[in-house]
Design a protein around this ligand. Structure first.
Ligand code: NAD
Length: 497
């Protein structure tokens, strides 16, 4: 999507204008500008959201600051109870919102969007139970001094999310920030704001005005205004490493704490004893092919031991060929579309550069079809580059598409060195029956989350986050909530007086 409105036709599922939430009001942008939201399944316009700017962000921060004292001073149990009620109210809306998500970001409804919407309900229930867990401690300093700590909310949180899992990532900011007593201004991704706005409409029926404010707009307008606003006490960002660096710079200007969940180029390591069908299935899940590879944890560097390289690759190619790429709303589609034209062109450019690399071997896929039904949207088939060197650009940079690089290896120490030879450190996957090798490797990988013999998604309760340039701070858990959304205060009381 460009800064200009498109002249594309309206979608058969057109939803009209979806305003943003500031204080108690569902509102358009102060200057009346809008952004078209395009459906990547057929390049039609699904609806419009306000093109929020600095004035809108300022109003949202003022609303959040006004609501903060009352919200902070509510009983934690009452805050938690509201999230339980919101989760109950969302249940009958799940299918409608999951469909909206598939329409706007192109993920297949059966394999992705329903599960992502279910996560929102689970996430709200999980954090509702943690509202009373922001506990302090007492410190035995001296019998005549009572020294205790409190965990207090920070104030107005400014949070920014990307488009690839907008429901999940928004829920992971909204619930922990609010149950721990902060108020929030959430900036949605311009490419996928509609499903989150539908969730927020339900939240707004329960939460007091100003506690949750949601601004739509572009990163360099609404996003920059939020990270620069002096009334924001905490920044929580999920998105690319490049923008994360910028958010951190803005936080540094005012010494505002910053949590960052950023990009990845995660390794999957297949040992010689793991040349089996279930491992192939696991690596496909780990590569997040069912989300067209548009996942920060995608295991996009597949290190296969040289003794089983050809055999494993044959099985991988056969299974990927059987995946059905198609309309995200079609129940038979395993994979949907890339989110928008810009990302589609970017992934195609990576594929073209891989094909052009001397020694490249395209075992499956390649550039997308230019005619037929799949050319009507941003559809890409799974692509496998065989016998890639870890130093090639396609192995070094985050492609964020359904493209995996298979890299042969000989020696355990050497594969760990290659796996860690990246500025990213988000996730890793190890595939072997050899417990010693599995755990040696899991411990040696420089990543915030390593899975052994499974390629699943994040689970509530894990403290999830990145090493190196994949991020700072943790989410998904009680510890993540405490670290990201509370600050400690000590109180020392002299008992002699
Ligand atoms: P992006 O960084 O381009 O955009 C993310 C958000 O930041 C959007 O809302 C955007 O409008 C906003 N933004 C852009 N420029 C900004 C600026 N200057 N100031 C403030 N906000 C700004 O990322 P994307 O393309 O939307 O998402 C894909 C990236 O997100 C990938 O790198 C992926 O790995 C990462 N990601 C990380 C996680 C994680 O948990 N680690 C999860 C999902 C996605």
């Amino acid at each position: 999507m460009t800064l200009q409105q498109t002249s594309a036709p309206l979608s058969e599922h057109h939803v009209g204008d979806a305003p943003m939430l500031i204080g108690a009001a569902w509102t358009e942008a102060a200057d009346g500008r809008w952004i078209d939201v395009e459906s990547p399944r057929d390049k039609t316009v699904l609806g419009r959201v306000p093109r929020g700017g600095a004035e809108d962000v300022a109003r949202a921060v003022t609303a959040a600051a006004g609501a903060f004292p009352g919200w902070r001073d509510r009983r934690p149990k009452d805050r938690g109870d509201l999230f339980r009620q919101i989760a109950d109210a969302l249940e009958p809306e799940q299918e409608r919102i999951a469909r909206l998500l598939s329409l706007e970001n192109g993920n297949a409804i059966r394999t992705q969007s329903r599960g992502e919407m279910q996560f929102v309900v689970d996430c709200f229930r999980y954090f509702s139970g943690l509202a009373g867990e922001a506990k302090g401690e007492s410190i035995p300093l001296n019998p005549l001094v009572l020294d205790y700590s409190r965990r207090e909310p920070l104030g107005v949180v400014g949070a920014i999310v990307p488009w690839n899992a907008p429901l999940m990532l928004s829920a992971l900011k909204i619930a922990p920030a609010l149950v721990s007593g902060n108020t929030l201004v959430l900036k949605l991704a311009e490419d996928a704001p509609l499903a989150v706005l539908a969730v927020v409409q339900v939240c707004a029926r329960f939460l007091p005005p100003g506690v949750l404010n949601v601004v739509t707009g572009y990163g360099r307008e609404a996003g920059e205004a939020l990270t620069s606003h002096p009334g924001v006490a905490k920044l929580s960002f999920t998105g690319s490493t490049a923008v994360g660096r910028r958010v951190m710079e803005k936080g540094a200007e005012r010494i505002v704490p910053v949590s960052l969940e950023l990009g990845g180029k995660s390794p999957q390591i297949v040992f010689p004893d793991a040349d089996e069908n279930w491992v192939v299935d696991g690596t496909i899940a780990g590569m997040r092919f069912f989300r067209q590879g548009q996942s920060c944890t995608a295991g996009s560097r597949l290190f296969i031991h040289e003794t089983v390289f050809d055999s494993f690759l044959d099985k991988l190619v056969a299974k990927l060929k059987a995946l059905r790429v198609g309309d995200p709303l079609d129940e038979t589609s395993d994979m949907g579309t890339i989110v928008n034209g810009r990302q589609f062109d970017r992934v195609c450019e990576y594929v073209a550069s891989g094909i052009d690399h001397p020694g490249a071997d395209v075992a499956l896929g390649g550039l997308p079809p230019t005619d037929g039904p799949l050319s009507r949207g941003y559809y890409l088939k799974p692509t496998v580059f065989a016998t890639v060197d870890n130093s090639w650009r396609i192995a070094a940079e985050e492609i964020f598409g359904p493209v995996v690089c298979a890299i042969p290896w000989k020696d355990e120490e050497d594969v760990v060195r290659m796996a860690n030879d990246t500025h990213y450190g988000l996730a890793g996957f190890v595939w072997t029956h050899d417990l010693g090798a599995a755990l040696r490797t899991a411990h040696a990988l420089e990543a915030g989350w390593v899975q052994v013999n499974q390629g699943g998604g994040q689970v509530l309760g894990q403290s999830y986050g990145g090493f190196k340039q994949s991020g700072i701070g943790r989410e998904f858990s009680l510890e993540g909530m405490l670290d990201s959304y509370t600050q400690r205060k000590h109180v020392s009381v002299n008992l002699e007086r």
